[in-house]
Design a protein around this ligand. Structure first.
Ligand SMILES: *[C@@H]1O[C@H](CO)[C@@H](O)[C@H](O)[C@H]1NC(C)=O
Ligand SMILES: *[C@@H]1O[C@H](CO)[C@@H](O)[C@H](O)[C@H]1NC(C)=O
Length: 482
């Protein structure tokens, strides 16, 4: 189903160009071809002009969930249902590693591999939920849905299993079996200290077992006992945020889906899709009105072990009077000189390319195909957060985060200077921002839904590759008219 088709269309600031000569390496196209929400079965790489290679899993039911490309050599790692594959840059299989299926039941907590479970077991698929390159230790971190969401550490060369911690509570990330619900970011502090892993995950109705965001120790030795231990944990404070169980009495199927994440400057960011809590009591999704969703960007300081720096800002995009509020995919890139001019930022500034679909309702069957590609300046999002922190520390407004049960708690004033790198105190935290930050729309498509995006800068142009539900790749370039 995934094939590579070139598209030519022109619009306001951007233009698809198939004739432009570009260093289109297999990495970039393979990357763009991922449609993680749709669960593709084939990936295709463009090798040279009009020459393509493709790869199918041996079982068509083993959909591809994630892709990672080694930037040293172009090798491609695929996280699929029940398998992890290592492919060459031209997509020849080099090794495959089996991860499932196995006897399991999502109600078995702790999982049956640790303790006998009285629930009926059945052969269960292992959906790949997270695939991260750990370049420093030359290994791949592959987390699945089986056994409450445990992870394997696999050697990059041959996928040899270096470790698979599963005997402690913090080794279970969550049993959710949808890809596109979990995101991890590795944060390095140089060679002296071990890396940290920020994990953000949907909790699948089990907020008491799984924090929705936490920071973990990523031990250098894959077999080390403290692998994935919380960076900080005492009686009162921990490097984690849990969804309060009260939130589930308001919205029984409440959850936060993490679509993307990255580190930039002193911060770690996650892009989420979550049910909107509304103002008054709602009747829930099964009775009465349909659940409305919203997209938000979450920011945390890398060094904040108490998670006092947690801030959440709603994001969306409007194009031609149509609101696009459901985040599908995102990618962090640099602006490049030409796009920087039209966004009023510096060429080296971080920008976020995002795909949103129309509206705020996620009807699974008759979901809208209408989607938009929008760009955000990270500098502007940070400015908005700084302004909100400054006004809250003057005692203005409330903490305004409904799902964390702090919506109506008033901000407290304190005399302090809040600069760009402020990491919060144990007051006025966690903090929500009510005003939405709007992206700049670059392209909309009402027919073939856009589902994935990557970008890079080439000769001052920002080049964006967008993958669609029907398996097309659109190449989009910034134009001088911006
Ligand atoms: C995920 O879990 C649900 C409910 O247990 C099941 O119906 C579905 O088939 C699972 N998905 C995969 C890909 O196995
Ligand atoms: C890129 O932009 C810079 C600054 O605007 C300019 O000096 C440079 O010549 C441009 N490079 C190319 C390849 O156009």
């Amino acid at each position: 189903m995934m094939s590579l088709t070139r598209t030519r269309t022109c619009f306001f600031v951007y233009c698809f160009l198939s004739s432009l000569e570009l260093p289109v390496t297999s990495q970039t196209v393979v990357h763009a071809a991922q449609a993680h929400s749709a669960g593709s079965q084939v990936i295709t790489a463009s090798l040279q002009e009009d020459e393509y290679a493709s790869f199918h899993a041996e079982n068509p039911a083993w959909k591809f969930n994630h892709i990672a490309v080694d930037y040293h050599n172009g090798n491609v790692y695929l996280g699929a249902v029940n398998r992890i594959y290592k492919l060459s840059p031209s997509l020849e299989v080099q090794v495959s590693h089996e991860t499932g299926p196995d006897e399991d039941n999502r109600k078995c907590y702790p999982p049956r591999i640790v303790q006998p479970c009285s629930e009926p077991l059945s052969l269960t698929n292992n959906v790949n939920k997270m695939l991260l390159m750990d370049y420093r230790e030359n290994r791949l971190l592959a987390c699945g849905s089986l056994y409450q969401g445990i992870c394997k550490l696999l050697r990059l060369d041959d996928l040899f299993k270096l470790g698979e911690p599963f005997h402690k509570k913090e080794h279970y990330l969550s049993g959710v079996n949808e890809s596109g619900s979990v995101f991890g970011v590795i944060v390095s502090y140089g060679n002296a200290s071990p890396d940290m892993l920020f994990i953000a995950t949907a909790v699948d109705g089990k907020p008491e077992y799984f924090p929705t965001i936490s920071s973990r120790k990523l031990a250098r030795n894959s077999e080390e006992d403290g692998m994935f231990a919380y960076v900080f944990h005492d009686e009162f404070v921990a490097s984690m945020i849990k969804i309060p169980s009260d939130t589930f009495t308001v919205i029984p199927d409440f959850d936060i889906y993490y679509i993307y994440g990255f580190a930039s400057g002193n911060f770690v960011y996650f892009l989420t899709l979550q049910p909107e809590m509304g103002n008054g009591p709602t009747t829930g999704s099964s009775t009465g009105r349909e659940q409305v969703y919203t997209s938000k960007i979450v920011r945390l300081c890398k060094a904040d072990t108490a998670f006092n720096s947690y801030v959440e800002v709603p994001i969306g995009c409007i194009s031609g009077n149509v609101e696009y509020r459901l985040l599908e995919a995102a990618y962090l890139s640099k602006a490049g000189a030409i796009l920087a001019r039209s966004l009023d930022v510096e060429p080296d500034d971080d920008v976020l390319f995002t795909i949103f679909s129309k509206g705020q309702k996620r009807r699974p069957r008759q979901a809208s195909q209408d989607s938009a590609l929008c760009v955000f300046s990270l500098r502007k999002i940070n400015e908005k957060i700084k302004e909100r922190l400054q006004s809250c520390y003057k005692g203005e407004g409330t903490l305004d985060l409904a799902w964390l049960k702090v919506k109506d708690i008033p901000c407290s004033s304190a005399l302090l200077t809040i600069d760009d790198d402020f990491c919060g105190l144990d007051m006025n935290a966690p903090l929500g921002v009510s005003e939405m930050v709007h992206g700049k729309p670059l392209l909309t498509d009402a027919v073939d839904k856009m589902t994935s995006v990557i970008a890079y800068v080439y000769k001052n142009h920002s080049l964006v590759f967008v993958g669609t539900k029907n398996g097309r790749v659109k190449k989009v370039r910034s134009r001088n008219t911006g």
